[in-house]
Design a binder for this molecule. Structure first.
Ligand code: XLS
Ligand code: NI
Ligand code: NI
Length: 434
């Protein structure tokens, strides 16, 4: 036991009228929504990097947090950090967590030394997980913070860095497999460029495609049953990242023969950076059959950065879950809070309250999404809007060619009559539920 959370009690569901700052008003794990427990729908995860590794710095100033596990350069303190992390998991009762190798272990002075530290902590996690219900949603490798990755990981012009990346991902996949992780994620923060003047884009994409094929081969070799997920983001830290957004990723996966092997981990803030909405990214991934998991957070709409704030906008979250539920809900994926405190939020209580609020917003969004689906209003509107395609003539046209279609139109058998898209009516409809 650390004294970081000062013996805080597990958070309980108290219902919408509760005025307690540390109670769930909407997240009731056992409540059944569309035939499934809320906990099993939402599959919440705490992100180790934001909640335990990040020290409160920003581009203009350093550390603001003072935690019992700082400085994070020593294995004993990495264990204290793990103790505190599992205390938070117990307080929140969320079923999952996620990590990067670099979040959980101190960097050693060689690859082998870092790996020893990593394995020590994986052992420590395994022991803690053996007495709890906490599970691993996904593991990943941090191949963007250390200076060796400054010019990319698998897309680095230096083959030695490609090799170091392959070895690193192997160790992270091994550890994820050992802890029964349900997915393995690759986010390529430095897989992109700062300037095209020094970048051979075609070669870098080929290397990235080859690398991802090696990852998939290794998954099968070790019998890892989880999903391999790529996380799109258009920029930051690189000026341009190759995994720009969902549809760009899909094109990449297709080119390298991976569209049936790899799915996407979509993040709210990354969607916004790409000039999309979160529901756009989810709808695109479901249309292409590659929805894997989500990183839930929100961006500040004024700053233009990936501010990774905890979600607090029910309508946005409701539309995201609407598309997820419509797709059948998560299988191996879940809702990872890739979200961090503001750097002035110094206290342990802030960390707990941030997750409680985020979990509640997601629960509200999920309930609203389920109510919309059960009511069926949006589905009916879609069916009505596309009803013209239900006729045999319209279906036959899809098998036809430009010439035969021309004949139909030219002889006057076809005469388009514009109809309302009913956008405001549909927006009003959604507002009844959120
Ligand atoms: C950064 C990404 C990162 C990934 C995991 O913007 O969201 O946190 O989720 O590497
Ligand atoms: Ni992010
Ligand atoms: Ni993320």
């Amino acid at each position: 036991m650390t004294d970081f959370f000062q013996g805080m009690a597990p958070i309980a569901y108290e219902g919408p009228d509760s005025t307690s700052p540390l109670a769930f008003r909407h997240y009731n794990p056992d409540e059944v929504v569309m035939g499934k427990r809320m906990e099993d729908h939402l599959r919440f995860a705490v992100a180790y990097w934001h909640s335990f590794a990040w020290e409160g710095g920003d581009p203009f100033g350093g550390q603001t947090f003072e935690r019992p596990w700082h400085p994070q350069d020593e294995i004993g303190r990495a264990k204290v950090k793990a103790d505190a992390a599992f205390e938070l998991f117990d307080i929140l009762g969320q079923p999952y967590f996620c990590w990067h190798d670099a979040d959980i272990r101190p960097e050693g002075d060689s690859f082998a030394a870092s790996l020893r530290n990593f394995e020590t902590i994986i052992d420590y996690f395994e022991e803690k997980m053996s007495t709890r219900k906490t599970r691993l949603l996904w593991g990943t490798a941090n191949m963007f913070s250390h200076r060796r990755w400054m010019s990319g990981a698998s897309t680095n012009p230096d083959p030695d860095v490609f090799a170091y990346s392959a070895a690193t991902v192997k160790t992270c996949m091994d550890a994820t497999h050992r802890l029964n992780g349900e997915n393995y994620v690759l986010w390529g923060g430095r897989e992109g460029y700062e300037t095209l003047l020094n970048t051979d884009m075609g070669r870098e994409l080929d290397h990235m495609g080859r690398f991802l094929n090696m990852v998939v081969d290794y998954k099968h070799k070790i019998g890892f049953k989880g999903a391999i997920l790529v996380e799109p983001k258009p920029q930051e830290p690189s000026k341009h990242q190759y995994d720009y957004d969902a549809t760009t990723c899909y094109g990449f996966l297709q080119k390298y023969g991976l569209e049936n092997e790899v799915k996407l981990n979509l993040e709210q803030g990354h969607a916004i950076l790409a000039g999309h909405s979160f529901e756009h990214e989810i709808a695109a991934a479901t249309a292409l059959g590659v929805l894997g998991s989500i990183d839930m957070n929100r961006n500040d709409y004024q700053s233009g950065w990936d501010t990774d704030q905890f979600p607090n906008n029910t309508p946005e979250v409701a539309l995201a879950y609407y598309h997820i539920l419509k797709d059948g809900g998560f299988t191996s994926g879940g809702t990872n809070f890739d979200a961090k405190l503001r750097r002035q939020s110094l206290d342990a209580e802030d960390l707990v309250a941030a997750h409680v609020g985020g979990m509640d917003i997601c629960a509200r969004g999920l309930k609203a999404a389920a109510a919309m689906l059960e009511d069926g209003g949006l589905d009916q509107a879609l069916a009505a809007r596309y009803a013209g395609w239900d006729t045999p003539e319209a279906q036959a046209m899809l098998q036809g060619d430009l010439g035969s279609i021309f004949e139909q139109v030219h002889t006057g058998k076809v005469d388009p009559k514009p109809q309302s898209g009913r956008q405001e009516i549909l927006e009003n409809y959604v507002n009844r539920f959120v």
